[in-house]
Design a protein around this ligand. Structure first.
Ligand SMILES: CC(C)[C@@H]1NC[C@@H](O)[C@H](O)[C@@H]1O
Length: 443
């Protein structure tokens, strides 16, 4: 019998993280919008590497923050805007320059499937307020302007046709169409936000539009929720769960509630005790930044390691792609998605549907070990730093039925002693640094 949520916090808090979210491990974030037209940000730091003050906000590496990076009236993006578009060029002009003329949602969905993703989260309204869906509450949207298409609807259909789950990102507390004082520090995200009940209603009604039109499997709210609208949250979340039984929400509702917690680059905390999600761009930005080429984004080994490390610590990896304004995905991003898909095709049994092993990961001098478990199987992923052969001692492990390499191009021997298992990776011709093994009945 379908559970009913009654609009109270007590009721909402009985919601449990659905198995699909625990099992799928890997998703694709998509930041695509007006900011994809200028596609500019300085390449400075990862979030969390410098204080969230003027240092960050006047040299913001997030290309999707272009509006504010110009609005602060100083720094690389402001200078770039003056030089390329002119000081008086309004950001809204990008709404009629964004054509998405080469966009094929099915092509995107096929690539995400090939990458091994289980879910996709599309930014439907970022901080700039431009909606990628036909909102009844503003004409500043992708059906009335620019592409003249229901981007969210078309991508939802294509993603579901590939058997993946579709999620929607919504910028709850920040909307620069309602309040656009420049943001110079983290606290301005809340202090400069629109304080009116009218904006809180707007955010509520648009969120309800997204829930009712698309029934997203993930409702990804960002930064926070309008303070004037906090009392309506239990009702909105109850409506969401009553509409999308296996829906799931993140932790950016002013600390009031979450199904799972989020990390963003180096920002945020996570523990193995509860479900969490790692979000980051392939480079330093979420929106497409034309300044970021192949040499400046995450390498394939780092990408695979990030996925394995995240999953082994009870997380999901939501890696972001920043498409170009024309609707094509930069080749350096396509290449990495295809490579991780190739690795997952062979090693995915140790990732998908697994849970945390009781073993903590081990970062050693010569090798890093990551563990997952699924039913009676223990999986060990070895990021072997030194050249092979490489003997790896797994203290206290048992291998009653032996040890099997997940990739036939990985050659290994093993022996079990009282004190543990000695695994020897002799050769790894898989083309990937991270090698996975399965230990049936292993501990
Ligand atoms: C993780 C991702 C959704 C980021 N959240 C904070 C935003 O300010 C940033 O642009 C990006 O959307």
């Amino acid at each position: 019998m379908k559970k009913h949520y009654s609009g109270t916090w007590d009721s909402v808090r009985t919601h449990e993280v659905p198995d699909w979210y625990e099992d799928c491990k890997f998703g694709i974030f998509i930041h695509w919008g007006l900011y994809s037209v200028p596609a500019y940000a300085p390449r400075t730091w990862e979030l969390g590497e410098v204080p969230g003050d003027e240092t960050w906000f006047c040299n913001n590496p997030y290309a999707e923050w272009y509006y504010n990076s110009v609005n602060v009236g100083q720094g690389p993006s402001y200078e770039h805007h003056k030089k390329v578009y002119g000081e008086d060029f309004a950001y809204e002009n990008f709404a009629d320059m964004w054509k998405a003329e080469k966009w094929d949602p099915d092509e995107w969905a096929e690539l995400f499937k090939e990458a091994g993703a289980g879910y996709v989260v599309l930014v439907t309204k970022h901080h700039d307020g431009f909606c990628l869906f036909p909102s009844e509450y503003t004409d500043y949207n992708s059906v009335k302007r620019g592409p003249k298409r229901d981007i969210t609807g078309e991508l939802t259909r294509a993603v579901r046709n590939q058997g993946m789950r579709m999620g929607t990102y919504y910028s709850g507390i920040i909307d620069w169409r309602f309040a656009n004082d420049p943001i110079y520090r983290e606290e301005d995200n809340f202090d400069n936000a629109c304080p009116t009940a009218a904006y809180a209603d707007y955010a509520y009604m648009q969120s309800k539009e997204l829930i009712d039109r698309y029934e997203p499997s993930v409702f990804w709210n960002d930064i926070g929720w309008p303070r004037q609208g906090v009392n309506a949250l239990p009702g909105l979340l109850s409506h969401y769960y009553n509409t999308v039984e296996e829906g799931v929400v993140n932790d950016r509702f002013n600390g009031l509630y979450h199904d799972y917690t989020t990390k963003e680059y180096k920002y945020g905390e996570s523990t193995r005790d509860e479900k969490w999600e790692m979000c980051r761009g392939m480079g330093l930005s979420f929106g497409y930044n034309a300044e970021e080429g192949d040499d400046k984004i995450i390498s394939v080994p780092e990408f695979i390691r990030l996925l394995v490390e995240t999953v082994s610590n009870n997380g999901n990896l939501l890696i972001n792609i920043g498409p170009k304004a024309d609707g094509t995905i930069p080749q350096e991003q396509v290449k990495r998605l295809k490579q991780i898909g190739k690795w997952l095709k062979v090693n995915g049994e140790g990732i998908y549907g697994t849970r945390c092993s009781k073993r903590e990961n081990e970062l050693r001098e010569d090798v890093d070990l990551f563990y997952t478990r699924k039913e009676d199987d223990l999986f060990v992923f070895a990021d072997v730093k030194e050249k092979l052969p490489q003997e790896i001692f797994i203290k206290g492990a048992k291998a009653p039925e032996g040890v099997i390499a997940l990739d036939e191009n990985v050659e290994l021997t093993y022996r079990t002693e009282q004190e543990g298992v000695y695994l020897n990776i002799l050769k790894n011709e898989s083309g990937f640094r991270m090698a996975g093994v399965r230990i049936p009945g292993g501990e």
